[in-house]
Design a protein around this ligand. Structure first.
Ligand code: FES
Length: 352
């Protein structure tokens, strides 16, 4: 089978016009990328037609021509090179000024509404032996997601509801179980947890060490509510709720690896939660069409935006608005482990 030419590694961002048909070049020979100019003649390739679903539709047309989701990028370009860095150098960010983390402020702001934060710099609310703080919200610049940090100590276990929003959690500390609308699941370190819209949950630590979780709520919720009674509305059509880290389910992304914890396979069409490992490296500056929240689980590094950067360590979160230019550098010899939630979107490998 003839192989397509790589026109360029990264995809092409377009805002489409209504009622217009686009002819995407699949062969890679066109001089008018990403569109067909007829150069495929004599090859086994044909252009792929696409018509905008609505005016202004934002798309990423595949540039490497190796996508399995023609005509769009599916992240295949990440695996055509040895590293995630891409063909560009990082000169645009070399002059980025270093922003010192101010532990008296809840967030360290980078460019636009991107910021780095840590639960340790937030004020906590409490109810019984549950303590929580808000790390990401609409007020803090997010459009689609909110994120809370919850710490449940032994004692009175509070029943928590986020109303009609879907929830993806990440277990970062302690041991124990979670009860979701009456059904009990054991938890493991760095497991992802999925709670469907309308359900409530209760964290139950099994030792003196509190259970610690990062809770991402999509879309923006009306806030955390403590209920008197556990509702009996467990959604049995979605049986799998706790997804443990499993190297057999990891996917390559250049020299990086990631595993989807919560997503379409579990039953959510709203959010995607992943966990990943990054070697000591700095990726080229890039963007995503989705809003993203990251939690650093192990290792440390530097978060770069257009002309600012700051250090990140285990326990930090990073908020990235849609289309924010950024790069997360891992500076640890042993690599970095991180988890993230993206919305809207289901493929954390897509970047431009
Ligand atoms: S020029 Fe590439 S498909 Fe037509």
């Amino acid at each position: 089978m003839e192989k397509p030419r790589i026109a360029r590694y990264k995809p092409y961002y377009y805002e489409l016009e209504a009622d217009r048909t686009y002819l995407w070049c699949s062969c890679g020979r066109s001089e008018n990328q990403p569109f067909c100019d007829g150069s495929h003649k004599g090859s086994e390739f044909l252009p792929v037609k696409y018509r905008a679903k609505q005016p202004g539709e934002e798309v990423l047309f595949c540039g490497c021509k190796h996508t399995n989701d023609q005509p769009f990028c599916d992240g295949a370009h990440n695996n055509l090179q040895d590293t995630y860095a891409g063909e560009e150098d990082n000169t645009s960010a070399v002059l980025a000024s270093y922003v010192i983390r101010d532990t008296t402020s809840p967030v360290t702001k980078l460019n636009n509404s991107c910021y780095v934060s840590n639960p340790a710099s937030h004020k906590f609310d409490t109810s019984g032996s549950l303590a929580w703080c808000v790390l990401i919200s609409g007020q803090m610049g997010a459009q689609y997601q909110s994120q809370y940090y919850l710490k449940q100590s032994k004692g009175e276990h509070e029943i928590v509801s986020f109303g009609d929003s879907e929830i993806a959690m990440l277990v970062t500390g302690g041991e124990g179980e979670i009860v979701i609308s009456g059904k009990l699941f054991p938890l493991s370190k760095h497991a992802g947890v999925y709670v469907t819209a309308g359900e409530a949950f209760c964290l139950v630590p099994s030792s003196e060490k509190p259970l610690e979780v990062y809770v991402t709520i999509c879309p923006e919720s009306n806030g955390l509510k403590v209920l008197d009674l556990m509702p009996n509305n467990f959604d049995a059509t979605v049986p799998k709720r706790v997804i443990s880290v499993d190297e057999n389910n990891a996917q390559n992304m250049g020299d990086r690896f990631f595993q989807i914890l919560v997503g379409k396979d579990v039953g959510s069409n709203v959010l995607t939660e992943f966990i990943g490992d990054i070697p000591k490296s700095k990726a080229a500056m890039h963007r995503h069409l989705y809003e993203e929240t990251l939690v650093i689980l192990e290792g440390e590094g530097v978060m770069w935006t257009e002309n600012k950067k700051t250090n990140v360590v285990s326990g930090d979160i990073i908020f990235l608005p849609r289309k924010q230019v950024h790069s997360l550098e891992c500076t640890s010899e042993q690599g970095m482990r991180l988890a993230g939630v993206i919305y809207p979107g289901d493929n954390p490998a897509i970047n431009y």
